[in-house]
Ligand binder design. Structure first.
Ligand code: URP
Ligand code: ZN
Ligand code: ZN
Length: 471
C-alpha cells in the first residue's frame, strides 16, 4: 500500500477546469483536492509542484503490445511498453487481443491477458472479432462481463483481421445490448487492394509511395458505411486513428443526428505529414492509414479545438529499423505502425498546447478523461477527483528538450520524431500513489501494474445522446 503523499503548489488541470490545489494521495487513491497550503497530517510526504501542472496520468486508448501481423511481431512486452508509457506521462494503456487466423476472440483475449504481467502501470484490453459464428454472442457476453466491453474490428487487412459487413453489424448489435462498443479501423479494403495493384504495376509499391497506396477516399468510404450500420442499429461506435478532417466530420455529423459515434485521432496523424515518404527513410513512417498531406494534417488538427475529435491515442506499434527496412520495397508486406506510447503526450502538448493555444483542459480531456470514459475506466482513471486511482503526471510546461530515440525507453531503435524540439514534459509520474519516474530517472521499478476490468462504456462527449437513450 502506498504511503500518504501531498503534491503541493501546482496547478491541477482536469478536463473541465484548472485551479491551484494541493493533491492528497493515500492508499493508492486520490483522497482530497485542497486549498493550497492545507496542513498535512504528520508523516505525509510532500512533493513540491510549484510551477508545474498536476495532471491525471494519461490514458492511451490505442496501444499494441507484442502485436503480431503478417510475418512480424512488434518488439515490446508489458514491462517495456508500460515503462515507456510512464516515462511519457501515461499511466494506463489499453492493448488489443487480436486473434491469429482461426483463433476465437475469447482465446485471443485470454492469451493476451496472460501476457499482461510485469507492467509498471495498469492496463486494459480491447477484445477483437474477425468472423461471425453462432458462438460469438456468448463469447461477447462473457468478454464484457470479464471487463472487455470494447471490441476492435477492421474493414481492412484481408486474411488477417478484416471483418465483413454482416459480422460488423451483428457484433455492433450484440455489444449495444451488453453495454459495450465496437472500436473500428476503417479503410475500404477493396479500394486499397485495387489501388495497390495499380501502384504495383507502375512500380510504385515501395515505402516512398505509402501515401498513394492507401487513399483518403478508402477511409471516407469505410467510415460512411460503418456509420450507416451504427445509425441503423442505434449502436455506439468508436473510430480509431481517423486521419482526415472528412472522416472526423462524418462522425461529427452522425453525432449531431444522435448517433453515439466517436473519433480517435493519433499523435502522428496530427503532427507528421506525407512529405516524410519523400525522404531518405520512408519506411520509418509506414503506418495505416498513412501520413497525409500537410493541409489534411492541419485540417485534422483543427478538430482538436472544435471539439469534434474525442480522444488522442498513440497507435503504438514497436517495430525496429531492421523490421521496417526488411520489406521496404513492398508496403503490402511491410510491418505497419509507429512507436509512440512515450511520445504521445509530450508531442501533443508541445504542438498544440504550447505551440497552438489548445487549453490544457482540452489536452486532459483528449488524452486522459475521454479515453477513460470511452473504455469504461472513468472515474477510476482520467481524473484526479477524490476516489480516483492516484496516477498523476506532474508536468513541467516549460521544459525544453529534443526528442532522440536514444533517450527514450521504447523497445526500438528509432522514433518518427527524431530531432524534434519540444516544450513540456512530465517531471514526476506517480502510479498508485508511488513515484515511479522522477526527473527522467526510474525511481521505482517494482512492477505493480494490474489488469483492469473495464465497466460499461460511458459517453465521452457532452453533446451525444447515449445510444440506449436514443432508442
Ligand atoms: O499501421 C498501423 N496502424 N498498425 C497497427 C495496426 C493497426 O492498424 O492499428
Ligand atoms: Zn488500425
Ligand atoms: Zn492500431
Amino acid at each position: 500500500m502506498s504511503a500518504p503523499v501531498v503534491i503541493r503548489g501546482g496547478t491541477v488541470a482536469e478536463a473541465g477546469w484548472t485551479a491551484p490545489a494541493d493533491v492528497f494521495l493515500a492508499g493508492g487513491k486520490v483522497t482530497a483536492l485542497a486549498e493550497p497550503g492545507t496542513p498535512a497530517p504528520r508523516g505525509v510526504t510532500e512533493i513540491d509542484a510549484r510551477g508545474m501542472l498536476v495532471l491525471p496520468g494519461g490514458v492511451d486508448p490505442h496501444c499494441h503490445v507484442g502485436f503480431t501481423s503478417g510475418d512480424f511481431t512488434s518488439l515490446d512486452d508489458y514491462a517495456q511498453c508500460t515503462t515507456a508509457a510512464v516515462f511519457g506521462g501515461t499511466t494506463t494503456i489499453v492493448d488489443f487481443a487480436i486473434p491469429r487466423p482461426g483463433q476465437s476472440p475469447a482465446d485471443a483475449a485470454h492469451a493476451q491477458r496472460a501476457r499482461a504481467a510485469g507492467g509498471l502501470c495498469d492496463s486494459a484490453l480491447h477484445a477483437c472479432v474477425v468472423e461471425w459464428d453462432e458462438t460469438v454472442p456468448e463469447q461477447l457476453r462473457s468478454l464484457v462481463a470479464d471487463g472487455m466491453p470494447t471490441v476492435k474490428m477492421f474493414t481492412t487487412y484481408r486474411g488477417e483481421t478484416m471483418a465483413d459487413e454482416d459480422t460488423i453489424l451483428r457484433t455492433m448489435a450484440t455489444l449495444r445490448d451488453l453495454g459495450g462498443m465496437v472500436v473500428i479501423h476503417c479503410e475500404a479494403n477493396h479500394i486499397i487492394e485495387d489501388t495497390q495493384t495499380r501502384c504495383s504495376h507502375d512500380g510504385r509499391i515501395g515505402a516512398e509511395h505509402m501515401a498513394a497506396t492507401r487513399p483518403e477516399l478508402a477511409e471516407t468510404a469505410s467510415v460512411a458505411e460503418v456509420l450507416a450500420i451504427a445509425e441503423s442499429l442505434r449502436a455506439p461506435v468508436y473510430f480509431v486513428h481517423q486521419s482526415t478532417p472528412e472522416a472526423v466530420e462524418l462522425v461529427a455529423a452522425a453525432r449531431r443526428r444522435g448517433v453515439a459515434a466517436y473519433s480517435e485521432s493519433v499523435a502522428h496523424h496530427l503532427v507528421l505529414d506525407d512529405s516524410l515518404y519523400a525522404g531518405a527513410t520512408p519506411e520509418r513512417f509506414v503506418c495505416c492509414p498513412p501520413l497525409r498531406p500537410r493541409p489534411v494534417v492541419d485540417g485534422l488538427a483543427r478538430h482538436l479545438a472544435t471539439g469534434e475529435i474525442t480522444t488522442i491515442g498513440s497507435d503504438h506499434c514497436c517495430y525496429d529499423l531492421a523490421q521496417k527496412e526488411s520489406r521496404r520495397s513492398d508496403v503490402r508486406v511491410m510491418p505497419n505502425g509507429l512507436p509512440g506510447v512515450e511520445t504521445r503526450l509530450p508531442v501533443v502538448f508541445s504542438e498544440f498546447v504550447t505551440g497552438g493555444g489548445l487549453p490544457v483542459t482540452r489536452f486532459v480531456e483528449l488524452t486522459a478523461a475521454n479515453p477513460a470514459r470511452a473504455n469504461g475506466l472513468y472515474p477510476r482513471k482520467g481524473t484526479l477527483m477524490p476516489g480516483a486511482d492516484a496516477d498523476v503526471a506532474i508536468w513541467d510546461p516549460s521544459a525544453q528538450w529534443t526528442i532522440t530515440s536514444e533517450a527514450l525507453h521504447m523497445a526500438t531503435d528509432y522514433t518518427p520524431y527524431e530531432g524534434m524540439a519540444v516544450t513540456g514534459r512530465p517531471r514526476t509520474v506517480l502510479v498508485g500513489g508511488r513515484v515511479v519516474v522522477h526527473d527522467g530517472v526510474l525511481a521505482d521499478p517494482e512492477p505493480r501494474g494490474r489488469h483492469l476490468a473495464a465497466g460499461p462504456v460511458t459517453s465521452p462527449g457532452g453533446r451525444t445522446r447515449a445510444a440506449r437513450a436514443s432508442r
